[in-house]
Design a protein around this ligand. Structure first.
Ligand code: FAD
Ligand code: SF4
Length: 511
């Protein structure tokens, strides 16, 4: 073998730089289903199946193009970690060198470098063309500032790419339509919508489902409803389906939640994009075209594009800028374990029950469910950011460390002390009441912070402010919340702290 081209599970892109100059008569592509990747965090069956189904389809696609693929399926010999499988492949195939696109996870990149060095084979890691902002470009952005803010980065990206720009100015005269994009569904609920396009598993995906059930029987979730896009063709169909049926309302309802309604107006494209089945520029161009054709309003299109051209590129920049130390950060000194109900959904808090049950079942929750239900609870409760990170990495079909970690540890837990978020995203149960119908079916009352019907979010919210008041005082953006805190009497404070302590003690003892 001349060169071994390594393709990781989240690098399923035919246009990938790893294939530049490929000589199909001598080069071999290497792919491996590595058990350790699904067990180092207790992955949901949906997450494992999305990766493996997409990998097997990609393998077959490469073979149909005359490319030799050395592929190891689950359970085949060679080992259970990347390092073991790669060592074994190098011994068998004796390549002159290894080629890959930079890994999406810091530790996987290191693991491969170490194996290459140990086996005395050269390794060429090429820049990932999937992203619109390279690591070097983000580095230049970062060098110029002491404080990181997504908004400034996003504006630079709009100018750099020309997306939603008209004669050098932002389309509609504004960079940001966030104030139009905070609607809830009121009392009536989301009403009738065309459900998202489903992808019934074909024979190959069925073989993956059988393998996942056989190799990971005790893992959370089920594959009965598995319907994710796992090929380029399916991913493009999913994109078109979203642009036609949901994009026009995406902006207005992007923060809203409703019981037993996982999809609402969201795109369900994150897994396809993170696996690299879909290039972000294709997604962005489709949304921009819908605006130009008058099929979707600017607020919706800008809101959607901001998530991809802004947030998605930004979190990747933050990840590489701050790794590996980022993983260890715990700015608020949170020390609790993750409550056990995160793995079962068995809690009487209606919002958490709905979001966790849905998450384990489907491997999906939308942004506000992740940030303001499961994330908010863990933050207020005081769970170690590392434990929260491990849960998020395990449960979602789109979970890859470069995007999951800054969102979880930084944005939702404030574990980085203000790199991702300018203040902790803290709120009481009243926020959830405003943005959803969860509280209607709950035994707790979001307006109460003490007593038998006190909503745990509300109790913990005040307790969080009391606990961290000295640190939060230094943050101007917390002014309003701390002003409200100062209105609490000494008796109220004491009662809240007592209630929070006994709630945590009860929860911890069942964990
Ligand atoms: P839509 O709501 O339709 O949004 C469109 C696209 O924008 C998404 O597909 C995604 O590619 C991108 N996007 C939106 N928000 C973000 C964001 N904050 N960061 C990066 N990209 C974004 N996203 C992941 O892809 N993988 C993760 O592991 C992940 N973990 C998260 C953990 C927490 C605690 C939070 C708060 C957010 C996380 N996100 C993650 C971001 C976001 O929640 C998901 O991208 C989104 O819910 C995926 O569903 P969708 O495709 O329907 O998104
Ligand atoms: Fe969640 Fe509190 Fe509302 Fe119950 S009352 S659904 S716990 S926010």
């Amino acid at each position: 073998v001349s060169r071994l081209i390594l393709v990781l599970g989240d690098q399923l892109d035919l246009e990938s730089a790893a294939f530049d100059g490929l000589d199909a008569s001598r080069d071999v592509v290497w792919m491996a289903e590595v058990k350790h990747e699904s067990t180092k965090v207790w992955s949901t069956k949906a997450r494992i199946a999305v990766f493996l189904a997409a990998m097997r389809h990609f393998r077959d696609d490469l073979r149909a193009r005359g490319i030799t693929v050395d592929y190891r399926q689950l359970g085949e010999p060679g080992g259970e970690t990347f390092a073991e499988q790669l060592r074994s492949a190098i011994r068998r195939l004796k390549p002159q060198g290894l080629i890959m696109v930079e890994a999406g996870e810091w530790s996987v990149g290191r693991e491969i470098e170490e194996v290459a060095a140990e086996m005395g084979v050269t390794l060429e890691a090429r820049t990932d063309r999937h992203f619109l902002c390279s690591r070097e470009m983000f580095q230049r952005h970062a060098e110029r500032r002491t404080q990181f803010r997504m908004e400034f980065f996003y504006r630079e990206m709009r100018q750099h790419t020309g997306v939603l720009m008209e004669a050098g100015k932002p389309a509609g005269g504004q960079w940001n339509f966030d104030h139009d994009n905070r609607g809830s569904f009121g009392k009536e609920g989301p009403g009738l919508r065309i459900p998202p396009r489903r992808f019934t598993p074909d024979e190959l995906t069925k073989s993956v489902i059988a393998d996942v059930d056989a190799h990971f029987p005790g893992h959370p979730g089920s594959l009965v409803e598995f319907d994710w896009p796992v090929t380029v063709v399916q991913a493009r169909e999913a994109l078109q389906d979203f642009i036609t049926h949901r994009l026009p309302e995406f902006g207005r309802y992007q923060d809203a939640m409703w019981t037993s309604e996982p999809w609402l107006y969201h795109s369900r494209l994150s897994a396809a994009m993170n696996l690299k089945l879909l290039h972000p520029s294709v997604v962005i161009a489709a949304a921009e075209q819908a605006y130009k054709d008058g099929l979707a309003p600017l607020e919706a299109v800008e809101g959607f594009i901001r998530q991809i051209l802004g947030w998605r590129e930004y979190v990747r920049g933050i990840y590489w800028h701050f790794m590996p130390g980022y993983l260890e950060r715990n700015a608020m000194h949170a020390e609790h374990e993750l409550p056990a109900f995160y793995w079962t959904g068995e809690t009487d808090m209606q919002c958490l029950r709905d979001v966790i049950t849905q998450t384990l079942r489907l491997g999906y929750a939308h942004h506000i469910q992740r940030l303001m239900v499961t994330g908010l609870f863990a933050l207020l409760y005081g769970v170690q950011p590392r434990r929260v990170h491990e849960w998020y990495l395990a449960v979602y079909v789109d979970a890859v460390e470069w995007v999951e970690l800054p969102n979880t540890l930084g944005m939702s837990q404030y574990g980085d002390g203000g790199v991702m978020a300018s203040k902790p995203y803290v709120a009481s149960g009243k926020y959830i009441q405003r943005m959803s119908n969860y509280c209607q079916g709950c035994r707790y009352d979001p307006a109460q912070s003490t007593g038998p019907r006190a909503c745990p979010f509300t109790t913990l919210y005040w307790d969080y402010l009391l606990q961290h008041e000295p640190v939060l005082r230094r943050n101007q953006r917390m002014g309003m919340q701390l002003k409200n805190l100062s209105r609490l009497s000494a008796g109220d404070r004491e009662a809240i702290q007592k209630q929070a302590a006994s709630f945590r003690a009860a929860c911890d003892s069942s964990t």
